[in-house]
Design a binder for this molecule. Structure first.
Ligand code: SF4
Ligand code: SF4
Length: 296
């Protein structure tokens, strides 16, 4: 059994408690307009070409077996339809302009990588977080990985959008210590406008995890003009979910524009980013109405 991963981030400190290794899986059932990991949307391997980094060394033209890199009027050009994702050009690109997103790993290959840092997890109260994309699209794979991590005494977390079948949650629930749970809108209408899908399933799954007594950390992206007008209603609803240990407000940023260009995607990222003052004000307001801890 293999799973497609687009990034393995070591020494992560924002994906749960302590020092962690975060593994990002390919494929997502939502399409958030503000997505800052567009390389995680498709479940397929993709070549991203960052044209602004290209230094026209033409090493890729020489090595590509399928003419996906050509020279046009003395300038390098990438022809996506010819690419078979063999990865040869990524290895030799002198400008670091080519990145292959999506490599297949077995459970034991990932286990070997995360065990390298076990001493850091042990000393910091950290562990391993699985993210994406939507990692629970690989629930069978995750179950096997988490059972092995538990045998090594390692804390496990998933970062999920919640838009998945309950049967997928049931496969991993007994081996997952923490659910980092994204909550993006209060009404179904707003959720659909922001992500392309209603939040009915997400709310049902959240209430199911609460009923099961799981440790839930809520993550709310704060996006002006998209979900900011529902934040207080979201917090009031979350007051009824008793097993939430903390709520994190994530200010929207638009640093990922180059990724959209490199993948030849339409850039859907909103233009308005919140100010630091706006974020502090909203956190102070929420602290007054939330029974849960609002953290930075
Ligand atoms: S990944 Fe392989 S086929 Fe695709 S452009 Fe690079 S060398 Fe060519
Ligand atoms: S190897 Fe990289 S830097 Fe050189 S021409 Fe190809 S894309 Fe540009």
């Amino acid at each position: 059994m293999k799973a497609k991963v687009f990034e393995i981030k070591k020494f992560a400190v924002h994906d749960g408690d302590g020092i962690r290794t975060t593994i990002f899986f390919k494929g997502c059932p939502l399409k958030c307009v503000w997505c800052h990991n567009p390389e995680g949307l498709s479940s397929k391997t993709q070549l991203a070409y960052y044209s602004h980094k290209c230094i026209n060394c033409f090493e890729c033209v020489k090595i590509c077996p399928n003419n996906a890199h050509i020279i046009n009027n003395g300038i390098h050009e990438y022809v996506a339809k010819n690419c078979i994702n063999c990865g040869k050009c990524e290895e030799i690109c002198l400008g670091n302009a080519i990145k292959i997103y999506g490599k297949d790993y077995t459970v034991d290959e990932l286990l070997k990588i995360v065990l390298e840092d076990k001493v850091f997890y042990d000393n910091s109260g950290g562990g391993v977080t699985l993210s994406g994309g939507e990692c629970l699209l690989y629930a069978n794979f995750i179950k096997d990985l988490f059972i092995k991590l538990k045998n090594h005494g390692i804390n496990t977390a998933v970062d999920t959008c919640g838009f998945i079948g309950k049967d997928q949650i049931d496969k991993i629930i007994d081996y997952t210590d923490v659910f980092l749970y994204d909550f993006k809108a209060y009404t179904s209408k707003t959720h659909k406008n922001c992500t392309g899908q209603s939040n009915d399933i997400i709310i049902k799954n959240l209430e199911y995890l609460d009923k099961k007594g799981k440790n839930i950390e809520i993550r709310i992206p704060y996006v002006p003009n998209y979900n900011d007008f529902e934040i207080e209603d979201m917090i009031k609803y979350l007051n009824g979910i008793k097993n939430i240990t903390k709520i994190r407000i994530l200010p929207y940023h638009n640093f990922s524009t180059a990724k959209y260009q490199s993948l030849n995607y339409e850039n859907t990222m909103p233009s308005v980013v919140p100010t630091n003052e706006e974020i502090e004000n909203i956190k102070n307001t929420l602290r007054k109405i939330s029974i849960h801890k609002i953290v930075d």
